[in-house]
Design a protein around this ligand. Structure first.
Ligand code: 4AD
Ligand code: MG
Length: 432
């Protein structure tokens, strides 16, 4: 019996007999010839079924296998320059593994609520498959980038005793005799000690924010990659963030040609992601916005409209630095030239995708960090271990976090984050 093959292998098997199994992605027949678009491994291939080449049972499968039926096919691989994979299969035998009737998602238009209710099925459609493939490439590239530069993967915990990025947005859960635990908003605080152990480290995992926002850029559960490095100063951090984005975009262009084409992504926008990125201090960004007609004042934070407006002037991501410390997290190192500013970096993606990276140099002075914890009214008991890093061999260090879904949305050119994660968690949805 011939071995089972998968569709991506067929290009190398022209002229050979193969067996395939998968799902009916589409089907049509006219008179004595019919076609099934078979899907497996994220790809599709056309099966050509000719009445005179197959037995009655096979012909019946062609007539009746509804969309998303599971089928098995035997046949010969033939070159077909018009098809995306360059091949089609001339079928000799078809078998129904499981017949599907009335598959809910049809080629006609469906509303978003309906598609989200059927997210577990919607994943099978061509756009969703394309986005998932880009996401997979991005995740592999994230690991490769760090590995190539000598960063160790250090997993931060998800259940934590306290807040990292502010207390209002925590998911809380009972934790035995210890009261409450919280789902992590960022792995950063746990990475800083690991940087003293291993030098260059990163974590990559799910993070949680109970933000009551229903925008297209916010998820309750999203994946964040966070590098953190000992003796990395603020300038080094900016270079690292730039190299990282250029590397990731390059990997997507190199390995995701087909999904990008399915999504009709304008790849010239991705080719433009080359260093150096324009850099603006917060104060300069405020000036730019005011020139553009905004009424924003120094000291106010940027929302989505401001981010979009700033990036309109440039064809690549923009790095904004030196924010007022009052707008940023308690752990950020002050600017030595003006301590009211923080050595903070946000990278804003073009085309309205908004902030994709947030990072900073970290306070390494014990007393200053203690003062900041007090100013922010944070529970000192819970932060003793974090202060220890400044008690025993303190060191200059910096890091950033990038939201994977925001990056994937930008690469794929999809406007809403809900399509960039297999099972999105939004304020109004936790099913399926
Ligand atoms: O700017 P943020 O809050 O930074 C931190 O959490 C730092 N502790 C990271 C660090 O320095 N190690 O979040 C970092 C990134 C944002 O730039 C954005 O890409 C993404 O995480 N992000 C979200 N993505 C989807 N949904 C949300 N609700 C997000 N909140 C932040
Ligand atoms: Mg941020």
């Amino acid at each position: 019996m011939t071995e089972w093959k998968s569709i991506p292998e067929l290009g190398g098997l022209i002229g050979q007999q193969v067996r395939l199994r998968g799902w009916v992605d589409g089907r049509r027949s006219s008179g004595r010839i019919g076609f099934i678009r078979l899907r497996d491994s994220g790809a599709t291939v056309q099966l050509v079924v000719s009445r005179k080449e197959v037995d009655d049972a096979s012909w019946e499968v062609l007539q009746h296998a509804g969309q998303e039926s599971t089928i098995a096919a035997s046949g010969t691989v033939a070159a077909d320059p018009r098809s995306p994979g360059g091949v089609e299969v001339q079928v000799s035998c078809l078998a129904l593994v499981h017949g599907t009737e009335a598959y809910p998602i049809t080629p006609k238009e469906h509303g978003t609520a309906f598609l989200m209710d059927n997210r577990h099925l919607w994943l099978r459609s061509s756009r969703q498959r394309a986005v998932l493939r880009i996401r997979s490439e991005v995740c592999h590239a994230i690991h490769d980038f760090h590995r190539e530069r000598g960063y160790y993967l250090v997993d931060s915990p998800i259940l934590t005793p306290a807040a990292c990025e502010g207390t209002s947005t925590l998911f809380e859960t009972p934790y035995f005799d210890h009261g409450s635990a919280f789902l992590s908003q960022s792995g950063q605080l746990y990475l800083e000690p690991a940087a003293a152990a291993l030098g260059k480290v990163y974590c990559f995992g799910p993070t949680f924010r109970a933000e009551k926002s229903k925008t297209r850029r916010h998820l309750m559960e999203f994946w964040m990659v966070e590098p953190e490095a000992a003796f990395l100063d603020f300038e080094g951090l900016c270079v690292l963030a730039e190299d990282f984005l250029v590397y990731l975009a390059g990997r997507v262009l190199e390995n995701c040609g087909e999904p990008l084409a399915i999504l009709e992504r304008d790849t010239s926008k991705l080719e433009a992601i080359q260093g150096p990125f324009p850099r603006l201090r917060y104060a300069e960004a405020i000036e730019l916005l005011r020139r553009q007609g905004s009424g924003i004042e120094f000291g106010e934070d940027f929302g989505a409209p401001e981010e979009t407006s700033i990036t309109r002037e440039f064809d690549r991501p923009v790095m904004i630095t030196h924010y007022p410390a009052s707008l940023k997290a308690f752990y950020m190192e002050p600017d030595p030239d003006d301590p009211s500013l923080a050595l903070a970096l946000d990278v804003i993606a073009p085309e309205g995708y908004g902030e994709i990276i947030g990072g900073s140099q970290r306070i390494h002075d014990h007393d200053l960090l203690l003062a900041r914890l007090k100013e922010h009214d944070l529970p000192l008991d819970a932060f003793q271990w974090y202060l220890d890093i400044r008690r025993y061999g303190t060191f200059e260090h910096s890091g950033f976090g990038m939201g994977v879904e925001r990056f994937v949305a930008w690469m794929a050119g999809v406007p809403h984050l809900r399509e960039t994660i297999p099972y999105p968690r939004t304020m109004d949805r936790i099913y399926p």
